[in-house]
Design a protein around this ligand. Structure first.
Ligand code: SF4
Length: 353
């Protein structure tokens, strides 16, 4: 991996675009890229369920309202049976994947994760999108295994793809300030690249509003672009702002406004024109901005999620139904289509609202 040269003309141009281009001009440029990559008038979405298998965590991220320290009364680890029940409920409403992530829990042995994956694939088969790069680096350090081996074992036990959780801002100076116990940038990206080399796909994220500079945000995009140029394994980019309410050390931070979200989404589509899909984050921004985002580079409306504990713990709870998602996409002028994790379209059965 190489660093990003902030004095290069490509970097300065992207920064200029982000900071100076009039909003609707930026939208037009992002929309052009979107249509180049997706000429069909379709906006996709997925039905899935976010399962947070444990909230016990030793990473102490300053922006996280979800975790509990070990031995805290409210700490939990879900049983296999509880996870199985949640999967069945997801499948009942037409769900096609689970997103399974958790805290960095020092009490869970590696065998538990492998058994869990085998249990899911045997008793409740579904696409498993799980274990963020930060968790994988934690497993590697905790269990004394190299990252490639951790990924290989999880993959062969049933893990299908990897989410972009824990990406936040991929600049070490920022990470050291807000999540210093978690994987640093090179390690986080190395997990993604290794997963791609082992034939898995993954998504990639940005959570911004952590006190980073505009240059940091552009550097984050350039780092992703660099990995994608090498591996081609990222299916989608998703960005959203910090939800400061209720967080341990960041509740004083200003909440990002809608226009700054749209600017970032748009510049993300333009810089990351080698990542095929860009998601609108209605969970954090609400449906009105979710719809507008479809003209600022997004071609995917994300997911009808049954649970989102981490974001909702910080006080953000936009909820929706299947019928509403389809109506919102249609009202924005697109054909709504359901998809799988790899963005292949699936024919939807009748509405389950
Ligand atoms: S964001 Fe994840 S890693 Fe950080 S404290 Fe919360 S649960 Fe732990």
């Amino acid at each position: 991996m190489t660093g990003v040269d902030r004095s290069s003309s490509a970097f300065r141009e992207a920064l200029e675009l982000y900071q100076r281009t009039p909003l609707l001009e930026l939208a037009r440029l992002a929309d052009e890229k979107r249509w180049e990559q997706h000429p069909e008038n379709v906006v996709t979405y997925i039905i899935d369920r976010n399962i947070n298998y444990t909230n016990v965590c030793v990473a102490d991220c300053g922006f996280c309202a979800f975790y509990r320290r070990p031995k805290h009364d409210e700490g939990y680890v879900l049983s296999f049976e509880e996870i199985g029940r949640k999967i069945d409920e997801c499948i009942e409403i037409g769900g096609v994947q689970i997103l399974i992530q958790g805290g960095h829990n020092p009490y869970i042995p590696f065998g538990w994760y492998l058994e869990l994956l085998r249990y899911i694939k045997t008793h409740h088969p579904i696409h498993v999108h799980g274990f963020s790069p930060s968790e994988i680096v934690f497993f590697s350090e905790r269990f004394g295994l190299d990252v490639a081996q951790v990924i290989r074992e999880l993959h062969s036990a049933g893990l299908d793809s990897i989410p972009g959780g824990g990406g936040e801002i991929l600049v070490d100076a920022v990470r050291r300030r807000v999540s210093r116990k978690k994987a640093m940038t090179d390690d986080w990206l190395a997990v993604q690249a290794e997963a791609h080399r082992q034939g898995m796909r993954s998504s990639v994220t940005m959570m911004y509003g952590l006190g980073e500079t505009p240059e940091d945000r552009i550097e984050h995009l350039f780092r992703i672009r660099e990995v994608q140029a090498e591996t081609g394994g990222f299916t989608a980019f998703i960005c959203w702002p910090l939800q400061p309410e209720g967080t341990p050390t960041m509740s004083h931070m200003p909440k990002a406004d809608s226009l700054s979200y749209l600017r970032l989404l748009a510049v993300g589509r333009i810089v990351l024109d080698n990542v095929p899909n860009h998601q609108a984050s209605w969970v954090t921004m609400g449906h009105k901005i979710g719809q507008v985002a479809l003209r600022f580079g997004a071609n995917d409306y994300g997911s009808l999620m049954m649970e989102e504990n981490v974001v909702s713990a910080a006080g953000t709870t936009y909820r929706t139904t299947l019928a509403e998602i389809e109506r919102l996409i249609t009202d924005a002028g697109f054909e709504a289509r359901r998809r799988q994790q790899d963005y292949t379209l699936i024919d939807a059965p009748a509405f389950v609202a």
